[in-house]
Ligand binder design. Structure first.
Ligand SMILES: C[S@@+](CC[C@H](N)C(=O)[O-])C[C@H]1O[C@@H](n2cnc3c(N)ncnc32)[C@H](O)[C@@H]1O
Length: 301
């Protein structure tokens, strides 16, 4: 326990959303207080992530043609974005991962979401921090969206590394996640075909539909369906789940649906705006700006 850290269990009734740097925030929390941590840090793409938020309005001189030939004009509502540049990505990650491990209960798990460019370096780093025996899975989330280069096999997957705090005590309930259809149902018989099969470590799942209801407008928003599986299988009902790179708050939305409590941290005020809109109808969500002691008692505003 570091000097100055409050030795308190994090009390979150339903959900807490915190604006602040995640390392500072994590350092104020007590050891072994969290059931599940999911993180989706910037992928070190060396670019500023940007997404235009637009709406279309009816306009006879507009540049878009829609249903029944009606014309529309595009109005830009603004841009959401955050920096995805780290001089030394692993140096940025390491102290954070050390804190995340400390925060997990003995039964806890860390899901670390990354892509093919950095996954190997991150695996070696995580092996060092957690121990190789604590590595549980590498999940492959495969999707089918975007351009297909002809210069190489088009990359269409993300990687999610799963580590547990204690390989003899971790919580895992694969039956809490949905079952999926057999590829060849006629080969397994009607009963099995109707039940579907358990998920493996390779998940086919669409990206967040570009103009569907789920879309928040935040860049790199992850699908709720992916987070439902993670939260359902790796945290107990009523448990506390944290996401320290929360973005649009997908982890919180999954927790709310599944009856888990959540702590979400992001250092980008735009992310907090998006989360406030996303959670507007959920009662008793607390919002705070991180100061060294505020995250525990929720006293800051
Ligand atoms: C890839 S996005 C997360 C997207 C999220 N999974 C979702 O579904 O919307 C990464 C987020 O990490 C945040 N971030 C980057 N560095 C951070 C830091 N040091 N502390 C807190 N948040 C940080 C960024 O602002 C960004 O919102």
């Amino acid at each position: 326990m570091q000097a100055g850290r409050q030795d308190q269990v994090l009390e979150v009734a339903s959900g807490r959303v915190v604006l602040g740097d995640n390392l500072d925030a994590a350092r104020t929390l007590s050891d072994a207080s969290i059931d599940l941590i999911y993180v989706d840090p910037p992928f070190n793409t060396g670019q500023r992530q940007r997404l235009r938020r637009i709406k279309t309005v009816r306009d006879e001189g507009g540049d878009r043609v829609g249903f029944q030939g009606r014309r529309y004009r595009t109005v830009e509502l603004g841009q959401a974005g955050y920096d995805d540049v780290h001089d030394d990505y692993l140096q940025f990650l390491e102290p954070r991962l050390v804190e995340f491990r400390r925060l997990l209960k003995a039964s806890g798990s860390l899901y670390f979401h990354i892509d093919y460019r950095e996954v190997h370096y991150c695996k070696v780093l995580l092996d060092r921090i957690f121990g190789r025996a604590c590595f549980l899975n590498e999940l492959i989330w495969a999707y089918d969206y975007g351009a297909r280069t002809k210069r190489k096999w088009p990359p269409k997957h993300d990687n999610i590394l799963v580590y547990v705090k204690d390989p003899d005590r971790y919580y895992f309930d694969p039956d809490a996640a949905e079952r999926i259809p057999y590829l060849a149902p006629s080969l397994v018989g009607p009963e099995k075909a109707a039940r579907g099969k358990r998920l493996t470590d390779t998940w086919w799942h669409t990206i967040v539909p570009t103009n569907g209801k789920e879309r928040t407008g935040y860049p790199t928003q992850k699908p709720l369906g992916i987070l439902r599986r993670i939260v359902g299988a790796s945290s107990p009902p009523g448990g506390l789940v944290a996401d320290f790179f929360a973005g649009s708050g997908t982890t919180g939305a999954a927790c709310h649906e599944l009856g888990r409590r959540f702590l979400l941290v992001d250092d980008n005020p735009e992310a907090l705006d998006v989360m406030a809109r996303r959670f507007a109808t959920i009662p008793a969500i607390e919002y705070a700006t991180h100061t060294p002691t505020s995250i525990l008692d929720g006293s800051a505003t």
